[in-house]
Design a protein around this ligand. Structure first.
Ligand code: UD1
Length: 420
């Protein structure tokens, strides 16, 4: 296993290009199971998670090539309907093969993904939606077995205790595209990645409307064909780079971004006193003066993303004043708190809240990555800290940030890898 070493205190400067969105490409790759035709997906980031999805599709009978950001998926043999525990357990998003397998084959056996460090993460909403379409569901030996003679469009309310669910919306939408009649999903997730999936499905011949709003309508079709699609830029990587510029007191131009996907973050940063220069597809962030502490509450899109909470907390650790961070999506997503405190931060956790008292400077320390976004928050903290930070278990970071070390290195960071 590798660890990441960062010598902090360098003001990062230059240009960085954002990769395709991880949370968009994974369900879109799964959607290729809905057709026997070939599909071409462009702008695919080279990540541990995209490689896991390649393995899953291959295990289900697809021929997949992944080269220079392009994924081609073709059908090699009859689609297998069993997604194995060994693969699904390494990545929760692989559960989104359930909807397309059921839609296409009318049967699917997919391992339950289990919880993870950021919370219990149930799949009740996925199963509720799929059941409503007429599938029989049973759970046996850790697998969900779903089967149906035929799927029938219906009205489904998909809201949960913590609001809408991104992957449940994806799964139900993918199961419904080949159902007979009309499906209406209410309380659907509005995340840009859901919209990207719906647009890919429409290119394949689906009839989906309302995506991007809480009510999605799907008019079932008889079959889907192959399609070509380019993945939207990763708004979480873009947000992480904006915060990298600010926490290092640097000056970074971030290219290949869609501003409209970053509204809640940019609004918070403007409240904190940051001046962000925006063009159509780039953002220029330059640190000019000390920021103001701002409170953050994570919410489903278009609210402040839970996937930016940890990184924003790192910035607030070195911003004078008190910040209250409230986590409304994953109330236990605070694994980074103890590690940031090891670097000298003053953070107190109170249930779903963390109270951050900003200090002048963090100090480098050995810390441990616990999940993807927590790792990013530690990297940000390390870049701003005095001295050396070593982050172990960085495979978490590789799940979601393409070429992160070389991107940061090009901006001037002193960052390298060592064996644990
Ligand atoms: C997706 C993202 C993840 C992000 C999360 C929230 C992907 C691959 N991952 O995960 O990066 O952090 O959205 O924006 O897109 N819930 C239920 N029952 C369910 C499903 C979810 O109660 O059946 C709860 C979850 O525990 C959580 C909330 O709903 O509290 C939102 O989760 P959800 O949107 O489903 O997250 P994912 O789609 O798994």
């Amino acid at each position: 296993m590798d660890k990441l070493i960062i010598e902090g205190g360098v003001k990062l400067k230059g240009e960085v290009i954002i990769s395709g969105a991880k949370n968009s490409v994974l369900p879109i790759m799964a959607a290729t199971l809905l057709t026997d035709d070939a599909c071409l997906i462009k702008g695919v980031p080279e990540l541990r998670d995209t490689n896991t999805m390649v393995k899953i599709l291959r295990s289900l009978g697809k021929g997949v090539e992944f080269n220079k950001g392009m994924v081609t998926v073709a059908t090699l043999k009859n689609t297998n309907y069993v997604a194995d525990y060994k693969l699904v357990s390494t990545m929760r998003a692989s559960f989104c093969v359930l909807g397309p397998l059921l839609g296409k084959l009318k049967k699917a056996k997919v391992s339950l993904p289990g919880g993870c460090i950021i919370g219990v993460r149930p799949v009740d909403l996925h199963l509720k939606g799929i059941k409503a379409l007429g599938a029989e569901i049973s759970i046996d030996s850790g697998y969900v077995l779903a089967k149906a003679k035929k799927l029938k469009g219906t009205h489904i309310y998909l809201g949960g205790v913590y609001g809408s669910s991104v992957l449940a919306t994806d799964n139900v939408m993918m199961a419904a595209v080949l159902a007979s009649g009309k499906t209406i999903i209410e309380a659907a997730a509005c995340e840009p990645e859901v919209v990207d999936l719906a647009e890919f499905l429409n290119k394949m011949g689906a009839k989906i409307s309302g995506h991007g709003t809480p009510t999605i309508e799907i008019e079932g079709v008889k079959h889907l064909h192959g399609a070509t699609h380019t993945i939207i830029p990763d708004r979480i990587e873009a947000g992480t780079m904006i915060l990298t510029a600010l926490i290092t007191k640097g000056d970074i131009i971030i290219k290949n971004v869609l501003l409209r996907h970053l509204g809640a973050l940019i609004d918070k940063l403007e409240e904190a006193g940051v001046n962000i220069i925006k063009t159509d597809n780039s953002i220029h962030v330059s640190y000019k003066r000390p920021l103001k502490a701002v409170n953050i509450t994570t919410l489903p899109y278009p609210g402040f993303p839970t996937d930016m909470q940890a990184q924003m907390m790192s910035l607030m650790c070195v911003t004078p004043g008190i910040t209250i961070v409230t986590e409304k999506i994953y109330p236990d997503r605070f694994m980074h708190v103890a590690e940031l405190n090891r670097m000298g931060a003053h953070i107190q956790r109170e249930g779903p809240h963390a109270i951050v008292e900003g200090i002048e400077k963090l100090s480098g320390a050995p810390v441990m990555a616990s999940d993807l976004r927590a790792s990013a928050s530690l990297a940000l903290a390390g870049l701003a800290a005095s001295g050396k930070t070593s982050i172990s278990r960085i495979y978490h970071l590789e799940r979601g940030y393409e070429n992160i070390e070389s991107k940061l290195e090009k901006l001037g960071a002193k960052i390298w890898r060592e064996k644990e």
